[in-house]
Design a protein around this ligand. Structure first.
Ligand SMILES: NC(=O)c1ccc[n+]([C@@H]2O[C@H](COP(=O)([O-])OP(=O)(O)OC[C@H]3O[C@@H](n4cnc5c(N)ncnc54)[C@H](OP(=O)(O)O)[C@@H]3O)[C@@H](O)[C@H]2O)c1
Length: 267
């Protein structure tokens, strides 16, 4: 049994990882600003630690005694640089907590995004910067580039639906169900550190426009099709958000099957 501490453990990626780790019998720490308020019966045995990576509050407690530290923090409200500084703060805390008995220290794991190096905007630049920070860290590490979650695409399309539009963009995606991604990430964690960047995606590629049509059809609504020009997203339109052939773990159900289950309220 391994002690896995997940910073950002209440988020979309972090909570799926926490549930998967708990179901495999690992000891789990869930750390975030509101970790104590996060109610999930599947995580009853988990330790909750209040952490704010923008101030460093709680980070030392969150990583104390951990064999694996996952940095799954994501903050759209804080500057992107804060997410990078937070990773450095976390690595410093890991270093200080290191026991002389295990000089290699805990495995530090970073979920990143497939294609982040080819995408414009501060958010993706911050992901590339986080990958660099971890690459230059001299302890054991693992970086996993993951495709967009079905749950994330659903959230995006649900927000569009609320304002009556259905985004139509020829943007190839290869979304993956968050629980399936968590299983693949846990498999990688259990295999140990790697200097290669692993990729995890769903079983099939589809465009955002196709996903939007499937969403409206599965959930039974009509919305105004809205063509999105996506300036600066040329690389993404050419497939940067999808995994390199042959180099990825493709896992879980397709988006349309997941949507059908969602429509039946099974997920
Ligand atoms: N969503 C996707 O489709 C997807 C796909 C591939 C990779 N990823 C990657 O997975 C990681 C997590 O993304 P996500 O989608 O799971 O994000 P998310 O759902 O927005 O969750 C963000 C997490 O960060 C915590 N957090 C935010 N600000 C914090 C702060 N100042 N201090 C400490 N914790 C803070 C949040 O909890 P509190 O609010 O309680 O602090 C929450 O647990 C990111 O690196 C992202 O790039 C996501």
């Amino acid at each position: 049994m391994t002690h896995i501490s997940i910073l950002g453990g209440t988020g979309m990626a972090g909570s799926a990882l926490a549930r998967e780790a708990a179901s495999r019998g690992h000891t789990v720490t869930v750390a975030s600003r509101h970790a104590g308020d996060h109610d999930d019966a599947r995580l009853d045995g988990a330790t909750r630690v209040s952490v704010d990576i923008t101030t460093g509050q709680g980070v030392a407690d969150a990583v104390a005694g951990a064999d694996v530290v996952v940095y799954a923090v994501n903050a759209t409200s804080a500057p992107h640089q804060a997410m990078c500084a937070g990773l450095t703060t976390t690595l410093d805390a890991v270093r200080r907590a290191q026991s002389p008995a295990s000089p290699g220290g805990p495995l530090v794991v970073l979920p990143s995004i497939i294609g982040c190096e080819a995408l414009p905007g501060g958010y993706y630049k911050a992901k590339v910067e986080q990958e660099r920070i971890l690459r230059e860290w001299d302890g054991p590490s693992l970086t996993l580039r993951v495709a967009q979650f079905h749950q994330f695409v659903d959230k995006l399309l649900t927000a569009s639906r609320r304002i009556g539009v259905s985004p139509r963009a020829p943007l190839p995606l290869q979304p993956v169900e968050a629980g399936a991604a968590a299983r693949a990430i846990l498999d990688a964690i259990e295999s140990g550190p790697s200097s290669d960047i692993l990729q995890i995606a769903g079983p099939e590629s589809l465009t955002l426009a196709a996903a939007a049509r499937m969403h409206a059809s599965a959930l039974g609504y009509r919305a105004l099709p809205l063509r999105l020009p996506l300036p600066g997203m040329g690389a993404a339109k050419r497939g940067a958000l999808t995994p390199k052939p042959g180099a990825a773990t493709l896992t879980g159900t397709s988006f349309v099957s997941w949507l059908d289950a969602r429509a039946r309220k099974e997920v």
